[in-house]
Write a protein that binds this ligand. Structure first.
Ligand code: NAD
Length: 473
């Protein structure tokens, strides 16, 4: 399918893995195994980290303008792969092409362009009362990423890390590693020096811990579940590595009392159902005025009936399958749990069987109590919990009654919505149909993470501060 799938990218070359097995990549819509990549082993990690270490000093001393120039070249080459990226995300993740071309492809091009633009303006030196403070690269950064936005999560770490003069070892999720190959191919063809970027595919449980404790890794930048993030951080702290964590969420969407809620629907549906609900920022808890519950339920059911679930390669499809058998089983268990907890199913429900693909239709529970497990735990699928409230104070209290704090949204008159937004404990809050801003910092409060990605803050995340007291001769 692609010449390089048999290889890892280490020290500026496509090389065979020392591992003895492969990882099969399954299409969740057809259950066909359509590609294989190596299950890299610890020797591969050692070689990749050594290459990154050897390249680090020279790369950190390479002028920022040159790093930017190479990154720009990489982006141009990567853009040539647009059609392939869209097709492979449909096949490895089940992302419909209609959604994938924007979210998994063009948006990632824009993200890279945004980092490049901001890098040319970043302040790496500032004068203090009796010192100069410099921002320097951290060193060798290990990037561990999840499967749900296969390219996006890599881009969010790797691009700013490399621009800021770090060298990287990337381990993508074993479920969706394919588009990472296209990205590394573009880095290779752009002429980056050997060792600056390294790709090791492999299983998280086998390689994640090894990378996180590797003596030559200076920083672990992890995106994934809160459980694994905590485990890896504890290991990484054993040698006081820098840690950045982008973790899970259970994000609230508060609808303030209104005559009509129609204008709030697109953000809700896009957030909780597109990508089959497998988005860390999914607005998975909808808090609505109790007095309007019935009419809101009617409009939700009607809106969901317009969503087309089907073949991801069909341009008319809105929602594809969930990404894997593990996802299918986990989401099905949560739907069973919701029924057992006494939530009221108003649309969707348990899937038939997984033998014809991992299909789960948009599912909505109403009359959910915020204390229920389906309202507290990250389902990470197309399952919405509608939670009625009586007062706005109660809505805010419930929005904040979660271990997470990644994302939130408020729909209503702007001033009032802003007042509510300020009281929500989360790293991002949208008001009405405010679009996402690539230059804003992204990340979580509480157990949703540590640190920020995106924009200027995302660049600075990959720098160390050095104060130089430069008085005297
Ligand atoms: P995950 O934690 O299972 O895996 C993430 C990465 O860690 C993968 O590369 C995986 O191979 C590796 N890994 C898995 N188990 C490991 C282990 N025991 N030891 C070491 N490494 C291990 O997460 P996932 O299922 O791939 O992704 C879904 C999660 O990611 C959700 O919780 C979602 O909210 C979160 N997420 C967060 C953000 C964000 O920006 N905050 C973005 C996307 C996804």
């Amino acid at each position: 399918m692609f010449d390089h799938f048999d290889y890892l990218y280490i020290d500026g070359r496509w090389v065979k893995s020392h591992g003895t097995s492969d990882i099969s990549i399954e299409n969740p819509a057809t259950l066909e195994t359509f590609a294989r990549v190596p299950a890299g082993d610890t020797t591969d990690v050692d070689l990749a980290v050594r290459a990154a270490r050897n390249a680090q000093q020279t790369w950190s001393e390479t002028p920022l303008a040159r790093r930017i120039e190479l990154m720009q070249r990489m982006l141009e080459l990567f853009k040539e792969r647009r059609e392939t990226i869209i097709e492979w995300e449909a096949k490895e993740l089940g992302a419909p092409v209609s959604f994938g071309k924007q979210a998994h492809c063009d948006y990632q091009f824009d993200r890279i362009a945004s980092y490049i633009e901001l890098a040319s303006r970043v302040e790496l030196e500032s004068a203090f009362a009796a010192s100069t403070v410099y921002r320097e690269p951290i060193g060798v950064v290990a990037c561990l990423t999840p499967w749900n936005y296969p390219l996006g999560q890599i881009v969010q770490k790797m691009i700013p890390a490399v621009l800021m003069g770090n060298t990287v070892v990337v381990k993508p999720s074993q479920l969706t590693p394919l588009t990472a190959y296209l990205l590394f191919d573009a880095f290779d063809r752009a002429g980056f020096p050997a060792g600056v970027v390294n790709l090791v595919t492999g299983k998280g449980a086998d390689l994640g811990r090894y990378i996180s404790t590797h003596p030559d890794v200076d920083m672990v930048s992890f995106t994934g579940s809160t459980r694994v993030g905590i485990e890896l951080s504890q290991l990484a702290l054993g040698s006081v590595k820098r840690i950045s964590l982008e973790l899970g969420g259970k994000s609230p969407y508060i609808w303030l009392p209104s005559e009509s809620y129609e204008a709030a629907l697109p953000k809700l549906l896009g957030s909780i159902f597109l990508n089959s609900g497998q988005t860390c920022t999914s607005l998975s808890r909808l808090l609505v005025p109790r007095k309007d519950l019935e009419r809101i339920e009617r409009s939700l059911v009607e809106a969901v009936s317009r969503l087309r679930v089907g073949d991801p390669l069909d341009p008319a499809t809105d929602i594809g399958p969930v990404a894997s058998r593990a996802q299918y089983d986990k989401i099905s268990d949560y739907i069973r749990l919701g029924l057992a907890e006494g939530a009221r199913l108003i649309v969707g429900g348990l899937p038939d069987n997984p033998d014809n693909g991992y299909w789960i239709v948009p599912t909505i529970f109403s009359d959910v109590s915020n204390k229920m497990r389906i309202a507290q735990e990250e389902i990470f699928g197309p399952v919405l919990c509608v939670i009625p409230y009586d007062t706005i104070d109660e809505a805010i209290a419930m929005a904040n009654d979660t271990i997470y704090g990644l994302n939130a949204a408020v729909y209503g008159p702007k001033d009032m919505a802003l007042g509510v937004a300020k009281r929500i404990k989360s790293g991002n809050v949208y008001i009405n149909d405010g679009p996402r801003d690539l230059t804003a910092p992204f990340g979580g409060y509480k157990q949703s993470g540590l640190g920020r990605e995106g924009g200027l803050y995302g660049l600075l995340e990959f720098t160390e501060l050095k104060a130089v007291y430069d008085h005297g001769n």
